[in-house]
Write a protein that binds this ligand. Structure first.
Ligand code: UDP
Length: 399
């Protein structure tokens, strides 16, 4: 993985800027801590950005908070609470949450110039460690309207951090007097999910999973998570089907730190039984993600809440139009009517109308797809993310 690989995509100037910022940062040691190596957008992004930062000359590590199922039951509640749901977290769950962070903080070698802690799972670590450099809390969740009890419980830990990073301006917290920065995520165009595939490869991958190419394909790629509104996807599909013959694929693997996945999947299976031409797939297969986003006539992302929604940029990068909800980081990626279509969460009428518009108008599909790809090239590829992180790290480590 080399930063020069991006030359043809973004030109020389952004690459030169990255090297220029990194110039006084060689060998600075940075540790990332999160809770899963696979499943979900955070792990996917770390898999690319960590090697790239090392290639540029920093010394960047990635450690995994070792959890157990009970911990992830508790931290999923915290996650749901931060997204605004009313949750009840027992004292035992909080005690477990703190105990695991404490053990991890005490026994993990941390001799770094900066520590980046991702999301709520490892957040309290900071309270159990003598700091030797700045710590940054990188919160990938939409914090704009949290359950106040959960936020008040976590806030004392957040206050200890030297900086907070969120994905969108709208997630900044007025009641948080910590230096807060906005760094939207980005995709890796060379990963298995995004690399160029030939049409033969796309066909072969769909055939492998028994998905015929006989009619327009509607796709949602998302963990089976209630926040991604999988039942809403079925609702939109059933409305569209009344007007035109289509096929739906919902692909969702299970993240190791999301214990709710299997239960939500069961609900979707039950509801989908009443519909034909629905394919539900739980395989972990990044090339299948790639092939589906390319083969789709329309990609949907109907999230009720969304930190960013990397799947949106992934589909746009492939020139496939997206119909999505106007929540979290999605409006950064989709300008309604220009780089895709937006609708309010659960506004299934508008969503199905937009999906039909795209299916019925190939020229519209091409126009939205091209504008979407240009937008991602400009804003949501790795060089922009590297620039933002190097700038922030330089500011906090070498003020
Ligand atoms: N993804 C995947 N397989 C799946 C579902 C999702 O590889 O079955 C990938 C998806 O392509 C994207 C990431 O997981 O890269 C999900 O990131 P996003 O920001 O959309 O949502 P999150 O899961 O982090 O809430």
């Amino acid at each position: 993985m080399r930063i020069e690989d991006y030359l043809d995509l973004v030109g020389a100037e952004p690459i030169a800027r990255i090297y220029a910022i990194a110039r006084r940062m060689y060998q600075l040691r940075v540790l990332n801590v999160n809770a899963t190596y696979h499943g979900g957008g955070v792990a996917g992004m770390l898999q690319t950005i960590v090697p790239l930062l090392n290639e540029i000359g920093l010394d960047v590590d990635w450690s995994l908070l070792y959890g157990e199922p009970d911990l992830f039951q508790a931290t999923k509640k915290l996650h749901n609470g931060l997204q605004g749901e009313h949750v009840t977290i027992s004292d035992d769950e909080i005690a477990l949450y703190l105990r695991i962070s404490e053990a991890f903080a005490r026994y993990t070698p941390i001799m770094h110039d900066a520590v980046i802690v991702h999301d709520p799972q490892p957040l309290p670590m900071i309270a159990y460690r003598d700091k030797e450099g700045p710590w940054i809390w990188r919160c990938h969740i939409d914090l704009s309207n949290p359950n106040e009890d959960v936020w008040e419980q976590l806030k004392p830990y957040v206050l200890r951090y030297d900086a907070v990073v969120v994905s969108s301006e709208s997630f900044k917290k007025p009641d948080l007097p910590v230096d807060t920065h906005v760094i939207p995520p980005a995709i890796d165009p060379f990963s298995a999910i995004n690399r160029l595939l030939t049409s033969t490869e796309v066909d072969a991958k769909l055939a492998e999973y028994g998905i015929p190419r006989d009619k327009p394909l509607i796709v949602q790629v998302s963990r089976f998570d209630k926040w991604k509104d999988p039942l809403g996807v079925l609702e939109v599909f059933s409305r569209v089907r009344k007007e035109t013959d289509t096929r739906l694929v919902m692909l969702g693997n299970m993240a190791s730190d999301d214990p709710e996945g299997p239960m939500i999947y069961e609900q979707v299976v039950k509801r989908a039984a009443a519909l034909s031409d629905v394919h539900l797939i739980t395989a972990t297969d990044p090339v299948l993600v790639n092939a589906l986003q390319r083969a789709a006539t329309v990609v949907m992302q109907l999230s009720l809440k969304e930190g960013f929604g990397l799947t949106v940029s992934e589909a746009l990068w492939k020139g496939t139009p997206v119909v999505a909800t106007n929540v979290g980081g999605i409006p950064l990626q989709i300008e309604d009517g220009k780089t895709g279509y937006l609708a309010a969460p659960q506004d299934y009428e508008t969503m199905s109308a937009r999906v039909l518009d795209i299916i019925n108008d190939p020229a519209l599909r091409t126009r939205l797809g091209e504008a979407g790809r240009d937008h991602v090239r400009e804003k949501f590829l790795m060089p922009r993310l590297l620039t933002d992180w190097l700038t922030l790290l330089k500011q906090v480590i070498l003020p």
